[in-house]
Design a protein around this ligand. Structure first.
Ligand code: IPM
Ligand code: MG
Length: 365
C-alpha cells in the first residue's frame, strides 16, 4: 500500500521528537511493506517566522493532499505577544476545523514501569487504561457569536444534533473494541446544551446495546479521575471539558510526556503527542520522544489499519521502559538518562525483535 503523509514538525522539541518518530516509522514501514511519501511543512511559530502566519495555504493544501498528518508541537514564549488570530495555536484550531477532525482520541494508559511516576499513590493508579473521546470541532471553541470589548467578553456554546451523534458513535464504536463502557461527561444540571447532549447520546446508544452507558457531571468526573481513574474505559465529552479532563487524565498516568493522540474526521486524520513544545529543553537532544513515537502507533492503527503493528510498537515501548531506559523527564534521581536519539534506538531494537517474532509466526505481512 502507498500513503502520503504531511509532516509538520512545528516548534521547540517538535522537530527532534518528530525525527526520532520518523526513524521508528521507517522500521515499521519496511516490516509492513508500505510505501510512504513524506513532505515536510512549517507550522506554528516556525511558520510565523518564515511567512508571517501560523499556517500557510501551502501547508494546509499539503494536509488536504495527504492521507494523514503527523504534527510535532506548536508554540513558544517568543510568539506569545502575537495578536489573537496570529498566535501559533490558531494553526491547530484551523487544521482541526479545515480537515473536519471532529473525533479526538486521547488514551491515558499507565505504563507498568512508570507506576511510581504518578502524582497519585500507586494503588490508585494501577490498572488505569482509559481513552478520552473529545469532540474537537464544535462547542465553545468554535461557537458564534464570540468577541470582547472593553466591557464584556463572550463566547457561545452550541452543539447540533449531527455533531453530537457522530462523536457519540465514535465513542460507542471504540468502547465496543475495548471494555464496553462509555461515560458521557456533561453539565446537564446547569447547561441546556448539555441536556441536549445527554438526550442525543442516549438516542445513539440504542444502536449500541452491547456497550454500557452512564452519565457524569464534569465536576464529579474531575474528582473521580483523581479518586479512582481505573473505573473509566471511554470518556465521551464536549470540546472544552475534554481539553481539561484529558490533561488531568494524562497527569494521573505520570506519563504526560509519553501520551499520543489522534484526531480523526471523515476524510482526514492527524496524529500528535499530547505534550507541548518544552522550549526550555529544545535543541538539546534530551526530550522524551515516546509520545511522538506512540502517535505513529496510532497512525498504524487507525489510518493504515494495521493493529498488529501498532501493538508491536506499544510492546516495544513497554519493554524499553521495563528495562529501566529513561529520558531525563522520567529518570530516577542519580541515574544517567538517555538522550532522545538513544531512546529512539532502544525502542527500535526492541521493536525489531518483536517484529521478527511476529513475522516468523505470520502475524504481520
Ligand atoms: C490541546 C491544547 C489546545 C486546545 C490549544 C493549544 C488550542 O490545549 O490540544 O489540548 O485547547 O485544544
Ligand atoms: Mg489542552
Amino acid at each position: 500500500m502507498k500513503y502520503k503523509l504531511a509532516i509538520l514538525p512545528g516548534d521547540g522539541i517538535g522537530p527532534e521528537v518528530m525525527e526520532a518518530a520518523l526513524d521508528v516509522m521507517d522500521v515499521m514501514t519496511r516490516a509492513a511493506k508500505l510505501t510512504l511519501e513524506l513532505s515536510r511543512h512549517p507550522i506554528g511559530g516556525a511558520s510565523i517566522d518564515q511567512h508571517g502566519t501560523p499556517i500557510t495555504d501551502d501547508t494546509l493544501q499539503a494536509c488536504y493532499d495527504a492521507d494523514a498528518v503527523l504534527l510535532g508541537a506548536i508554540g513558544g514564549p517568543q510568539w506569545d505577544n502575537q495578536p489573537h488570530d496570529r498566535k501559533p495555536e490558531r494553526a491547530l484550531l484551523r487544521l482541526r476545523e479545515a480537515l473536519g477532525l471532529y473525533t479526538n482520541l486521547r488514551p491515558a494508559r499507565v505504563y507498568d514501569a512508570m507506576l511510581d511516576a504518578s502524582s497519585l499513590k500507586r494503588e490508585y493508579v494501577q490498572g488505569t487504561d482509559l481513552v478520552v473521546v473529545r469532540e474537537l470541532t464544535g462547542g465553545i471553541y468554535f461557537g458564534e457569536p464570540r468577541g470582547y470589548d472593553s466591557e464584556r467578553g463572550w463566547n457561545t456554546l452550541v452543539y447540533t444534533r449531527p455533531e453530537v451523534e457522530r462523536i457519540a458513535r465514535s465513542a460507542f464504536e471504540l468502547a465496543a473494541t475495548r471494555r464496553g463502557q462509555v461515560t458521557s461527561v456533561d453539565k446537564a444540571n446547569v447547561l441546556e446544551s448539555s441536556q441536549f447532549w445527554r438526550e442525543v447520546v442516549c438516542e445513539v446508544h440504542k444502536d449500541y446495546q452491547q456497550v454500557e452507558l452512564d452519565h457524569m457531571y464534569v465536576d464529579n468526573a474531575a474528582m473521580q479521575l483523581v479518586r479512582q481513574p481505573a473505573q473509566f474505559d471511554v470518556i465521551l465529552t464536549q470540546n472544552m471539558f475534554g481539553d481539561i479532563l484529558s490533561d488531568a487524565a494524562a497527569m494521573v498516568t505520570g506519563s504526560l510526556g509519553m501520551l499520543p493522540s489522534a484526531s480523526l474526521g471523515a476524510g482526514y486524520a492527524m496524529y500528535e503527542p499530547v505534550h507541548g513544545t518544552a522550549p526550555d529543553i529544545a535543541g538539546q537532544n534530551i526530550a522524551n520522544p515516546i509520545a511522538m513515537i506512540a502517535s505513529v502507533g496510532m497512525l498504524f492503527h487507525s489510518t493504515f489499519k494495521l493493529p498488529a503493528m501498532a501493538q508491536a510498537l506499544d510492546q516495544a515501548i513497554d519493554q524499553t521502559l521495563a528495562a529501566g531506559q529513561r529520558t531525563t523527564d522520567i529518570a530516577e534521581p542519580g541515574t544517567k538518562p538517555l538522550s532522545t536519539t538513544d531512546m529512539r534506538d532502544r525502542i527500535i531494537e526492541s521493536l525489531s525483535g518483536i517484529l521478527d517474532v511476529q513475522q516468523a509466526s505470520g502475524v504481520t505481512p
